[in-house]
Design a protein around this ligand. Structure first.
Ligand SMILES: Nc1ncnc2c1ncn2[C@@H]1O[C@H](COP(=O)(O)OP(=O)(O)OP(=O)(O)O)[C@@H](O)[C@H]1O
Length: 401
């Protein structure tokens, strides 16, 4: 918050030492810290952000002289740690408190209507991007299940519930498991939950973690947040590398070597541990519920399991209506076109992500989307065959070793 605020101050533009960062993720009007430099015709590409760096910077604010210091130290294993501090010439601590409160308000303004996403780099959390909130209505899911889930989280986050947990000495946490094939909306819905309840989302990608980083990252989670544990089936997996059992419909690459894996016991300890944050909404996702240890998804750790399915009739129709404006086109009303589309797309065979890719490729012409269904199905079929061949080739390769 302090750095975001400092970057917005006039003095930050004229300091001697700046850190220049290339903005790879945000759009031209991204909200990263620092001023943006515009370069000719390619103005939107590879924007640079500048922020005061590596030194002491003196500046006046509300008739007082402040010092902002920022530096980098090298931690274990060569990872770097950024440090920033603020001080002023005077004795009244309230001056600094007021300034920090101003930083907080400035930051909250920047992230208004956004969901802040935190990802991990080694064993440190990094704010990755603040993205516009995603409305829940844009993620198609069985209406009853959606309502049940939202009501459950809403009840859990109610301040009265918190008191209820605390008076009974029950850890104030709630866990959900989202399972189903790739591209069915597990991530998208988790993201929209964070937006709906005004929470930041912390994403842990299990296959990229080891025991140490998982423990460290969990210990640094804030009190109220959504924690998304992605690809939870990579934990102390029941899968055997190269075994035919895993070939089936699996689209996952071969397993991470055991030394780099998160052990089930570590994850269970972390989930139940004393340091586990209060008010945490934990969402675990997997494409393979069949590989999960029963202990991991027992009630108390997972309070609700939600299946995300390939698109059924209702979802196909919802996706179609979501993409096209409700106005008459090609002499036909949109609902009629939606019906035609629904009739052509086989049910429970394609993921919403696959259907969205067809619709988005034809976003200006619903008629064209309908006409392209057959070609699109052939293409997806080919892609799936190719993927299955690659998977079995990779697993054979592992067997060979
Ligand atoms: N149910 C859905 N409703 C609307 N859009 C969807 C839905 N499912 C997927 N999509 C779209 O498909 C893309 C991929 O979705 P998402 O990442 O949420 O899927 P996922 O289930 O988390 O996939 P994976 O298991 O591979 O991580 C997103 O752009 C999303 O908007």
């Amino acid at each position: 918050m302090l750095i975001f605020w400092v970057c917005s101050q006039p003095f930050a533009r004229s300091v001697r030492a700046s850190l220049a960062m290339v903005d790879l993720k945000s759009s031209a009007h991204g909200n990263g810290p620092g001023s943006q430099a515009w370069h000719g015709d390619d103005a939107n590409k590879k924007l640079l952000h500048y922020s005061p760096w590596n030194g002491r910077f003196y500046f006046w604010h509300r008739h007082r002289l402040f010092i902002f210091e920022r530096s980098r130290s090298y931690g274990e294993l060569g990872f770097t740690r950024e440090e920033a501090s603020i001080s002023y010439f005077g004795r009244n601590p309230n001056v600094l408190k007021e300034l920090l409160d101003e930083c907080r308000r400035h930051y909250l303004c920047l992230v208004k209507n956004k969901t802040c996403v935190f990802e991990h780099q080694a064993d440190r959390w990094k704010p990755s991007k603040s993205r516009s909130k995603r409305d829940m209505s844009t993620v198609m899911l069985n209406k009853k299940i959606k309502k049940m889930l939202v009501d459950d989280i809403s009840e859990f986050l109610n301040p009265e519930t918190r008191k209820w947990y605390s008076t009974r000495g029950i850890p104030y946490q709630r866990g959900y498991l989202f399972y189903g094939p790739p591209g069915t909306g597990k991530y998208s819905f988790s993201f929209s939950i964070a937006g709906q309840f005004n929470l930041d989302i912390y994403i842990l990608n299990i296959p990229t973690l080891d025991n140490h980083s998982l423990k460290t990252l969990f210990a640094e989670l804030p009190r109220h947040c959504v924690v998304l544990l992605e690809d939870i089936d990579a934990v102390g997996s029941k899968r055997i590398v190269g075994s035919n059992k895993d070939v089936g419909q699996s689209t996952s690459p071969p397993q991470t070597p055991a030394a780099k894996m998160v052990a089930l016991s570590t994850l269970l300890n972390v989930l139940d541990g004393i340091g586990s944050p209060e008010g945490r909404v934990l969402i675990m996702t997997t494409n393979h519920i069949e590989y999960l240890a029963t202990a991991l998804i027992r009630p108390g750790r997972v309070d609700m399991k939600v299946e995300f399915q390939l698109a059924d009739e209702d979802m196909i129709s919802q996706l179609f209506s979501f993409v096209y404006d409700p106005k008459p086109t090609d002499d036909c009303e949109l609902p009629q076109l939606a019906q035609e589309f629904v009739a052509k797309v086989p049910k429970l065979k394609f993921s919403p992500a696959e259907i969205m890719s067809l619709l988005l490729a034809n976003k200006r012409s619903p008629g064209h989307a309908i006409a392209s269904v057959d070609t699109w199905m052939e293409k997806i079929g080919e892609e799936r065959k190719k993927l299955a061949r690659t998977n079995s080739w990779m697993l054979d390769g592992v067997d060979g070793f």
